[in-house]
Ligand binder design. Sequence first.
Ligand code: GCO
Ligand code: MG
Length: 405
Amino acid sequence: MKITAIKVFVNSPDRNFVTVKIETDEGIYGLGDATLNGRELAVVAYLENHIVPCLIGKDASQIEDTWQYLYKGAYWRRGPITMTAIAGIDMALWDIKGKAAGLPVYQLLGGKSRSKIKVYGHANGNNVEETLDNLGRLISEGYQTIRLQCAIPGLQDSYGTLADKKDYYALQSSRSLPPEQVWDTKKYLNFIPSLFQKARDKYGYDMDLTHDVHSRLTPIEAARLAKELEPYKLLFLEDAIPAENQDDFLQIRKHSTTPLAVGEVFNTIWDCKDLITSQSIDYLRSAATHSGGITSMRRQADLAALYKVKTAPHGPPDISPIGHAAHAHLNIWCPNFGIQEFVGFGGDQMQKVFSHPLSYEAGYLHLSDLPGLGVAFNEDEASKYPYMRSYLPVSRLEDGTLWDW
Ligand code: GCO
Ligand code: MG
């Protein structure tokens, strides 16, 4: 089966998505997600200028060799642009293989390890009361694991909160230049433990809670937070520090038994290898879309399994339904799957452009048995929503110093 064409679509149904479509001489086509939030067009250029010309006429069934060709064969390895572009191609080839076999991708990975996929939802708010109300709502919708984020008193626009926006889609699609947010570690550290205390006082300990620091602390500050959160028994504390000096995770470990999660900005197995083999983390949060696709994620999951690390794929609104479907197939198969982040199925425009094989029920996602990844992409509908420049925010301290967002 030969690749006859590769089309790259960049559209903005509610928000920007980059979609790869690989066509073959047998009429079967595959879809992949190559969306990199705020850097979409760099991935489009990488695909169109550097990858597509090399793959026309190649055998669509050679997924492994194609992955190696694009990774090792480029000499310039790794990095988010390259690995997101490779992910788009890789997912589309798995989609084709599944469709050609008449099987869902999880069957090609080895079949099901479970019947449904446990998810965690987000409860956030502009104050403690609103956050706890949202936590109560998610519990009543069946979520057993919930991430808690709250605006920090004295700071505007804290990460993970919506301010005056109705949902994530409204929040992120309204940006044409990077908005600036103010960060203050002392205000944050003095506040977060009390949020969790109030959540446990109000709702008890039946549900699991998580929290995303979004990489803003130093190792010793992160150790303090992890230690102070111990009484509230988090499932995990996410991105407590940036994963640049990876030994720093052991500093946090020395002081606390709060489980640690990291990985949403990782691009390859090399980014998580040392963290896994040193058992510095408990949950690996790589995303298929930003980490080289299904081929690469499967390898990361297998390495993690050797060290009792579970997978918890990144599931933000800036991954398309194709990326979420790739996670669902991996999650159903993966023996060491932990939990999937889930923020809903998107807005009206997105639902019209993509149809997907997932349904939510009482804290779990269910995956249908459609062949391949099971996603359909409506090109005519997508063409109604042109790309819109959009950036993630940046953080500064109160004196103007640039900080980690
Ligand atoms: C999460 C993430 C996201 C990222 C976003 C960046 O845990 O879901 O931290 O909120 O900030 O995906 O594009
Ligand atoms: Mg995160």
